[in-house]
Structure formats: C-alpha cells, structure tokens
Ligand binder design. Structure first.
Ligand code: VGL
Ligand code: ZN
Length: 193
C-alpha cells in the first residue's frame, strides 16, 4: 500500500554535516550514504510544495559536549567552520526550507531538533501533523528528534533507508530503532510513498 503525501506533511533532515561524514571530526560509519536517498525525499517534498527542515549541530568552540569541556565527544560542528557545513551534495532547496540550529549555547547540548529551537512552532504554524525524519545519527539526533516529535503529538515516519548510526557500542542503532518503534514511530522507505 502506498502512502499519500498531504499538505500536513513535512520532511526533517537531521544533521547531514561534514563532521558527521567519513573523514570528519565525529564520523558516522557510512554517514555519506544517507545523502542520495535523502535527496530523493527532498526532491519529492520540494515538488509537492511541502516544507523541509534541515537541522544542524551548531556548537560554540568550547561546548560542554566536547571532551575538553566535560563531554564525551571530540569537538565537532563548531559554528561557522567547514565541519559544520552541510554535505556538499545535499540538495538545499531555495524555497520552503528552514535551517534549524541546535546545541548553540555553550552550557546546553541538544540531540533533538526540537530542543531549544523553533522547530515545533514552525511546524505548528504551518499545520503540520506528520513528520518524515532521516539523517544522522540514528542512535543520537535522529532518535531524539523522532521521540521528541512523538512526545509533541506528531505522527512520525522514520525513513529507514536514509539513516545511519554512530554505534559507539555495537547494536546501538538497532536498539535506537526499536526504541523509536516502541514510542510509536512508523518505518518508511522511499518505495512506499
Ligand atoms: C550528534 C553526537 C554529538 C548527532 C550530535 O547529530 O547525532 N551526535 N552531537
Ligand atoms: Zn553535537
């Protein structure tokens, strides 16, 4: 059965930034493999005139999530650096797209695109009821954005063909997918739309 996109739908592309790609500061294995499938979703939503939200990790250089400042991560996605840029092949439409920066204050981290951002209010203003979420990392920002969206009352589709995880511990991404499903997310692939 095919799912029909409606005007209540929005695409959320999570953190497809250079530092999360192979060779970056906090590489997600095969992170770059999300670009091609995400571009297909981006083109589809764009053709239908549906809004697309690009989240990005956007940390100050002394952010608390960094090892030297008490956190667990190497410095990554520092504001206005090359590593914080979106993957060069990611399609960023000129219209009806929004960039959502998170983790922008030194003393707070945000794995969810909803945390400390205007994402929820932008979606609500537009009457969005269903969100379609893909990107990196499955076990961190994708998971927290999906669960954040479910907690805020959105119907959430997890784009399983357009996500990759860090897997700090083996199996983290698989467990993250289970958690998202337990919280009420629905898995979706491109062929189903
Ligand atoms: C992320 C670790 C640290 C993510 C962000 O985008 O999943 N992971 N900061
Ligand atoms: Zn981060």
């Amino acid at each position: 059965m095919k799912l029909k996109l409606t005007k209540f739908d929005a695409l959320i592309v999570v953190d497809v930034q250079r530092d999360f790609m192979p060779g970056g500061a906090l590489p997600v294995p095969d992170g770059d493999k999300v670009v091609k499938p995400l571009n297909a979703y981006i083109q589809l939503f764009s053709e239908r005139g549906l809004p697309i939200f690009f989240t990005r990790d956007w940390h100050p250089k002394d952010h608390i999530s960094f090892k030297d400042h008490g956190g667990i991560w190497p410095p990554h996605c520092v504001q206005d650096t090359e590593g914080a840029q979106f993957h060069p092949d990611l399609i960023i439409p000129s219209d009806n797209k929004f960039i959502i920066s998170k983790g922008t204050s030194r003393d707070f981290d945000a794995y969810s695109g909803f945390q400390g951002t205007v994402l929820d209010s932008l979606l609500k203003e537009r009457g969005i009821k269903r969100i379609f979420v893909g990107g990196v990392a499955t076990d961190y920002c994708v998971k927290n954005t999906v669960i954040g969206g479910l907690n805020l009352g959105y119907f959430v589709f997890l784009l399983v063909d357009a996500i990759r995880g860090v897997d700090v511990n083996p199996g983290d991404s698989e467990r993250a997918i289970e958690e998202m499903l337990d919280a009420g997310a629905i898995c979706l692939t491109y062929q189903e739309i």
